[in-house]
Every structure is written in structure tokens, then in C-alpha cells.
Design a binder for this molecule. Structure first.
Ligand code: AMP
Length: 400
């Protein structure tokens, strides 16, 4: 079984009229004390919520926030998310201080048609991450149908995504459907030329997806900290740059595989380097592919930016995950910005552009280029696992 062969229903394909709907959402929002500092994840659920309200559903929302490790911890309460939702929805949102047990049961029972209830953090119970059957049964008792709208949690086999989803008639919500449509396009039916751009700190996180991508892409562009292990594998000096010594053999294998398959694998041809990992460490552009002794590469250089942009602009499909440099520091942000601009130009020229991963999305937020992409994937881990060809537990549980 693969994700492509699953038998998933969309919300429009199931009967929800007047029913109690248990909906798993991703309200893992950033907080400053009790204030939600970015309500994007809550805002994104509005269309599905409004559609359910219009059908007179009683809506029970379940979600997690942070890593409270199975213990009640007020720091990770979802109460602020309920407040944010109430403001965005323009109608009252009820909140219960537990997701199972008498408090939750009473709150669910008291719900009227078109009313919305958010239950407290699932991860206050260790049974959630253990995918516990009794806990899942208690969650499932809150609904007559299950709607999965938390794309970023689909790669986890937790009670709220796996065991509970199996117990009810279920469907994927609009957000998940959109993610699958775009990621499905790049994973299974990419139009060529197809180019993948990978960056970020570590080779180890992206090893499997890099191998999988080689089977599909016409060119693979690698930047960011992970590029230095690949340069090292080719015997090129990398100075003090980030290195995963235990991944050098893997990098060499990937380089060989790319050569065998005729896939162009582009690494940085020059760098913006500095002596220290600091925002104010004097930065200079290296004259060549080598990083001089005593310096570390912290961004791709101007020649690389042009090289990468030229390839990206010619593509019909582009997938991008991971920044090209330490974009959090202005002196090392130009590489990621230029990749974002090249993707925007590709989208304008008719290409399908898909961006995944929290840091790449932060680059888009920084540059304001998010709306210029065909699709920004909210789930970094889930999107990589889909591209790796893995069957996501949260989807398998909904296949009938
Ligand atoms: P990841 O979580 O693997 O996607 O890595 C993202 C992080 O990689 C960001 O915080 C970047 O600052 C960091 N990063 C990108 N390029 C480099 C580099 N050349 N050296 C060190 N860190 C980098």
C-alpha cells in the first residue's frame, strides 16, 4: 500500500449534516505567555470550520501544543488558541480543560448545532503519543465522524491521528486535501524539468529524501550547511564549515548515484564566509569553491545564486526545503532570498512550486514571497516523508 493507493474520502464525500464532528487540527501555535504571536494555523482552519457550521455540525476540536511529555503543564495550554479562534471566527468558542474524562464528556454533551468546542492539549496525556487504544476510544466517543485537518501530524502514529481515526467514519479536510494534491504532484506526477532545492543544517535529516528525489528530478541543487559534507566528500576544502563526518560516505554515494542516473547535482560554487558563527562576524565572498582555512561558509555566494536561479527559472516543477544559509542573520540571508525570488519567477512563468519546512517558510515570511508560491506546505516532517514515499499513519488510518 502506498499513499497514492489509499482510499481517502474528502469532507464533501461524507455526510456530516447535523452530526457531531471530531476534528484533529494543528493549533501548535507560537505563544508569548498567553498571547498567540502567529495565528496562521488557526486562521487556516476557518474555511473547513465555516463549512461544518453551515451544516449545523457540533464541532469538537482536538490538537496538541508543544512537548509537555504526557504531563499537565499550563505553559502548553491550548486556551489561548481558543481565544484566537473565537476572534477569527467572530463567534463563541468553548474550551474544556481536558480532552477526555468527565469534563470533556460534559462539554461535548452541552454542544448545540453550529457550536465549536476546543479540548485541552492531547499531549497532557502520555496515552496520546503511545497511540493507546482506550484513550483513542475515549476521544472517538466525542464524535460521530472524524475529520483530519492536521497535515503536520500525519506522520505520527498517535492516538488522535491513528487509533481514534480508525474508529469513526472519516475524511480529510480541505487543508490536508490541498497538501496531498500539491505534494502528490511533485512526488508522483512532476512535470519536467523537475528541480529540487535542498538546504538547512543537516545531511542526516535529508538523506532518505535526497535519495528518493534522485529517482525523479532532473537536477538537485544543494546549499546550506548540508552542502559542506558533500564538498568534503569530493575532497574540496571547507575550512571550519559545518561538517557531518559520519555522513561523508553517504554523501559520496549520493554523488555517484546522481552521476549514474545523469542527474545534475549542483553544489555551491562560492560562499559568503566568516570566521565565526555570529551576525556581526565580518563576512566575505570566497573567490572559489573552496572555503579558506579559518573561515566557515554561512551562505551561498553570488555566483552560486545566479547558477541556482538560472536552473530554477527553467523548471516546470520545483520543490524547495531548507535555507541556503544562516538566513536568521542578515549578512547570510541573501542566498535563501535569491532562491525564493527564483521560485517566485518560476511560478509566474507557469511552474508548480512547492515549499516545505519551517525554515524555508520563515524565509518566505521574511521576504513576503509566500503568496508567490504554488503551495507552501505547513508540515515539514510530513511533507518530507510523503516525498520519501512513506505511508503516513494518519492517512492509513482513514483509508477504507
Ligand atoms: P534544518 O532545520 O536542517 O532545515 O536547518 C535549518 C538551519 O540551518 C537554519 O537555522 C540555518 O541557520 C542553518 N544553516 C543554513 N546554512 C547553514 C550553514 N552554512 N552553516 C550553518 N548553519 C546553517
Amino acid at each position: 500500500m502506498t499513499t497514492a493507493t489509499l482510499n481517502l474520502k474528502t469532507l464533501e464525500q461524507i455526510d456530516v449534516k447535523g452530526k457531531r464532528v471530531l476534528m484533529r487540527v494543528d493549533y501548535n501555535v507560537p505563544l508569548d505567555g498567553e498571547r498567540v504571536t502567529d495565528d496562521t494555523r488557526v486562521r487556516e482552519t476557518l474555511p473547513t470550520l465555516k463549512a461544518l457550521i453551515a451544516q449545523g455540525c457540533r464541532i469538537v476540536l482536538i490538537a496538541h501544543l508543544g512537548r509537555p511529555k504526557g504531563k499537565v503543564n499550563p505553559k502548553y495550554s491550548l486556551k489561548p488558541a481558543a481565544g484566537a479562534l473565537e476572534k477569527l471566527l467572530g463567534r463563541p468558542v468553548k474550551f474544556a480543560s481536558d480532552c477526555v474524562g468527565p469534563v470533556a464528556d460534559a462539554a461535548v454533551k452541552a454542544l448545540g448545532p453550529g457550536e465549536v468546542l476546543l479540548l485541552e492539549n492531547l499531549r497532557f496525556h502520555p496515552e496520546e503519543e503511545a497511540n493507546d487504544a482506550a484513550f483513542a476510544k475515549a476521544l472517538a466517543s466525542h464524535g460521530e465522524v472524524f475529520v483530519q485537518e492536521a497535515f503536520g501530524a500525519l506522520h505520527r502514529a498517535h492516538a488522535s491521528t491513528a487509533a481514534a481515526a480508525e474508529l469513526l467514519p472519516g475524511a480529510i479536510g480541505g487543508l490536508v486535501a490541498r497538501e496531498l494534491e500539491f505534494l502528490g504532484k511533485v512526488a508522483e506526477r512532476p512535470e519536467h524539468p523537475y528541480i529540487a532545492v535542498l538546504g538547512g543544517a543537516k545531511v542526516s535529516d535529508k538523506l532518505i529524501v535526497t535519495q528518493k528525489l534522485l529517482e525523479k528530478v532532473d537536477a538537485l541543487l544543494i546549499g546550506g550547511g548540508m552542502a559542506y559534507t558533500f564538498l568534503k566528500a569530493q575532497g574540496i576544502g571547507i575550512g571550519k564549515s559545518l561538517l557531518e563526518a559520519e555522513r561523508i560516505d553517504d554523501a559520496r554515494r549520493i554523488l555517484d548515484e546522481a552521476r549514474k542516473r545523469g542527474v545534475e547535482l549542483l553544489l555551491p560554487a562560492d560562499h559568503v564566509a566568516a570566521a565565526e558563527f555570529k551576525a556581526d562576524s565580518p563576512a566575505s565572498v570566497t573567490p572559489a569553491q573552496e572555503v579558506p582555512e579559518g573561515l566557515m561558509g554561512l551562505d551561498i555566494g553570488p555566483r552560486t545564486r545566479t547558477l541556482f536561479a538560472e536552473r530554477i527559472k527553467k523548471a516546470k516543477t520545483v520543490f524547495w526545503n531548507g535555507p541556503m544559509g544562516v538566513f536568521e542573520m542578515p549578512a547570510f540571508a541573501a542566498g535563501s532570498k535569491s532562491v525564493a525570488e527564483a521560485l517566485a519567477a518560476a511560478t509566474a512563468g507557469g511552474a508548480v512550486t512547492v515549499v516545505g519546512g519551517g525554515d524555508s517558510l520563515a524565509v518566505l515570511a521574511q521576504t513576503g514571497l509566500g503568496p508567490k508560491m504554488s503551495h507552501c506546505s505547513t508540515g515539514g516532517g510530513a511533507s518530507l516523508e510523503l516525498l520519501e514515499g512513506k505511508l503516513l499513519p494518519g492517512l492509513k488510518a482513514l483509508s477504507r
